[in-house]
Design a protein around this ligand. Sequence first.
Ligand code: HEC
Ligand code: HEC
Length: 239
Amino acid sequence: MRCKSLVLIVLLCAAAAAQAQNRVPDTIEQRLKACAACHGDQGEGLQNKNEYYPRLAGKPAGYLYNQLVNFRDKRRELAIMNYMVAFLSDHYLREIAEHYARLQPPLPARPARADAETMARGERLARQGDAARGIPACAACHGQTLTGVEPALPGLIGLTPPYIASQLGAWKAGTRHAMKPDCMHEVAAKLTADDVSAVTAFIVAQPLPADPHPAAAGSLPELPLECGGITPRTQGAAR
Ligand code: HEC
Ligand code: HEC
């Protein structure tokens, strides 16, 4: 009797081993091939003519995780992205986020294309904001070097002009929401089209920082507005 069950176990093991050999290796890189078609093998983003497929590499893991959840829960709308993550668990989304956060392909260099006046206006918005209109400085949340802050504030350096403009537009139009309270909605709602062009021109003209990593968690003084998804609860979970 005992001998029979041993044979059965051996057969089952052999069958499982044979099946495993025929399978593609089950690594995270292999599973994320579907994402690489648009976001690149290293999460560098797709550099095609309108450069709209965003870079994922090196963004804070908590930020990437929040976005995957936002697409799954339709706080951000883009059919393909909503579909890609529709049935994935929180645990798996976190694994994906941590994978891309660890990658660091080089950032693309970008030439300055705007006139001095536009650049000055963009710099003011980015560094000081516009108190009269209630617009806080982008740097007050995205970090002094605009490379973001761990665990969930994304950097702005390395984003492409059409992507920045489309995201600010999506917040205005209500097709992108962050977790509540949605501070970026408040900021974007106050920016005019000229503000968007100016701040975008300034951001993309910045020299690439020697250290492109997001600043350490807790390195900012209190944020000028409250932002959802970066509360202590998420900070704890993002570790
Ligand atoms: C067919 C192209 C396509 C595929 C495939 C795709 N994405 Fe995306 N993804 C996009 C586009 C376009 C955006 C920008 C959406 C927007 O404008 O809000 C995006 C946005 C994102 C963002 C938010 C980036 C940010 O900075 O806010 C994350 C994270 C992301 N994708 C992860 C993934 C993952 C993980 C996969 C695979 C499971 C995947 N994507 C597959 C096209 C794609
Ligand atoms: C009060 C804090 C705060 C201020 C001020 C702020 N942001 Fe943000 N921003 C955020 C947060 C938080 C997110 C991530 C939102 C989310 O989780 O979807 C974000 C996301 C973004 C994104 C999307 C990044 C991506 O990879 O998709 C862009 C673009 C952006 N901000 C631009 C700006 C610009 C330009 C300014 C200045 C005019 C600015 N922000 C000011 C908090 C802020």
